[in-house]
Structure formats: structure tokens, C-alpha cells
Design a protein around this ligand. Sequence first.
Ligand code: G3P
Length: 216
Amino acid sequence: MKFFIDTANPGEIRKAYEMGVIDGVTTNPTLISKENRDFDSLIKDICGIIRNLPISLEVIGLKSEEMIREARTLSKIGDNVVVKIPMTSEGLKAVHVLIPEGIKTNTTLVFSATQALLAAKAGSTYISPFIGRLDDISQAGMELVEQIVTIFNNYDFKSEVIVASIRHPIHVLEAALIGADVATIPYKVIEQLTKHPLTDIGIERFLEDWKKVPKK
Ligand code: G3P
């Protein structure tokens, strides 16, 4: 399973990249706004860290013509740019135009398996079900991922499933068990994944015992 980091913070991206566990970056307008910086210089900084790894950048327009125009501009930033398009009928029209132009898309804000099926039929490169937001309203987000992965396997759709809106390590574990292609994970959760109390206790004990070893 690929790990993308779900943030626009260059410091977090650098730390995760240096751990060697990152295969790409996803952003959205909320994450970009948190950085409180000029968009162009922020993206330049991020691309300087991740080099050719894919980075998802989202369009703001709601009409397909606006999405297509924004996507063409964003794609000029680099070959690694993936354009995030909201899951609407206008978004599907945009995907249908952009994919033949060689522009990669990430259909976002997917909350049902039939939305995912439509986005796959339109040819979207990636499809992002938002599982945490479903959990928030008492719907089992991971069941949606199971359905989408089953449907895509049934018909050999090429779109990759990005499990998005991840909130904790169990989401990552379940996504991997289901066989999702990608999990896009906030930095805090990547850090949580590194931790186990027995690892900390083990290190402490080894260091204490090492002190007892006679040294010249
Ligand atoms: O990748 C989608 C993600 O950024 C949304 O996460 O926590 O706002 O639901 P969240």
C-alpha cells in the first residue's frame, strides 16, 4: 500500500519523507489555508522536498469549464501534479476531458460506492473516499472502502483507491487489510504508527542493562 501524506505543511512533509515512508502528498483548500502562505511559493517548497512524487492540488471552480481551466494551469507546475476534482456531474465532465490530455485526476469527496463507480468509469486516476467524515456521522467509512475495492476488482477498473480522511492508526491497518491502493495520512497519525509502548520499554531496559556491562 502506498502512503501519501495529507498535509500542506512543508515541515511535516520533510519529516515523513526523510523516514522513507512517503509515496506522495495530498492537499485540499483547508490544508493549504492553514499554512497562511502564498500558494505558488508553498507548492514550490513542497515540490522541492518530494521531487517527482505525486502531489494532489484541488480546483475551486464548480463548473466543468472552470475546473478544466484550473487543472490545465495547475498541471503546468509539474508532471507530478494530480488535479483534485470534486465528485459532481461537472467534475466527471472535467475528468473526461482532462484524462485524454494526460492530466492525472483525483476525484475527491466520494461518500458512496456508486459515486466511486462513476468516477472510475469517467477514467479518474485516483478516487478518494472520505472515511473519517462518514464515521463522524455514524456510518462505517471502512465498509465503503471494502465495497469500492470489491467493485474495482470485479471489473478491473484501473483507478487507484485513496483512503482519505484518516483519523487514527486503525484506519490505516484496515485500509491495508482490505487492499486499498493508497492511504493518505495526516502527519500525526504517521507518528502514531511508529509508536509502541513495548518498544519504548525495551529501549529503556537495554540502555539500563548496557550500563552494567564492564567497560575498559
Ligand atoms: O484527504 C482528505 C482529508 O484532508 C479530509 O480529512 O479530516 O478533514 O475529514 P478531514
